[in-house]
Design a protein around this ligand. Sequence first.
Ligand code: UT7
Length: 319
Amino acid sequence: MTLRSVVKGTGSALPSRRVDNAELAEMVETSDEWIVERTGIRSRHIAADGETTATLAVEACRKALESAGLQPDDIGLIVLATATPDQTFPSSATKVQALLGIRDCIAFDVHAVCTGFLYALSIADAMLRGGNAKRALVIGSETFSRILDWEDRTTCVLFGDGAGAVVLEAEEGERGILSTKLHADGRHNGLLFVDGGPSTTGTVGKLRMKGREVFRHAVVNLADVLSEVLSEVGLTSSDIDWVVPHQANARILDATAKKLGLPPEKVIVTVDRHANTSAASVPLALDVAVRDGRVKPGDLLVLEAMGGGFTWGAAALRY
Ligand code: UT7
């Protein structure tokens, strides 16, 4: 028997304020028609004052713990993926720990922008199998609304806020994470970045993106890493029950599925209602598909994401 990290529960959280495309069209020169046609996005959720990356994460964690039938003190490891932490330091993971009332555990943030949840999942998986803890909360949580330039129509219509979390538990058996594959290519820093930081400008900065070029790289990198993770575990795309992708653009989801010969019905899509929530998008989409009954125990899932850095990655898991 092999020791694997098994998903025991999922949860997610969205700010209560929902913003549709028509509302954005009152702020910048855009239209519902353009946004839907080019991205598939119809609405997104935007955090209110006081709603932060950590508070959204805590709500997602509470739901994940509830669905796993566990208490906060059962958790020995918190890995939180975010590019929009509450503070430059300490980590938002330690804030989540305190808000959940966990007295002692390992807690830290991971920063790989939209690929953050895949990086966090891979690290947590290795730590659980290595014996650092028995159970982990792996979280993607973001408040990208706070780093958007609300006068830049090429970016502000694309993103939203939210959080998703999974409880992982180390267990012997066939279920659990089968393989993860991660990549980075820092030469592409200038295609998707934030123009500020503590060590450079001393400011938080705003998101900047050359969308068309990111799009081109995304389709190639995502199809490659999905094939890579499947061949690592000796499976093919016909074995996949569900693809749970990063939700950046419906056209990227379609193009990637097509490249792999996957029917679109096997792809979980939430970009229409969540927009791009960066590190939160994969666990948010997973939670939606678990709760609406599509994802069932025993299903083969592949999770994938690509984002700033560039970073990209995929995971194959038996749910
Ligand atoms: O999560 C990290 C990964 N991120 C991504 O994967 C994002 C990847 N990129 C994309 O999703 C797409 O490239 C975008 C949705 C960002 C843009 O779509 P596109 O089809 O690549 O459009 P484009 O950038 O080529 O722009 C086409 C036109 C431009 O006008 P001109 O130059 O042709 O006159 C833009 O100025 O659309 C214009 N445009 C807009 N028009 C109305 C750009 N943004 C808007 C807007 N409303 N919001």
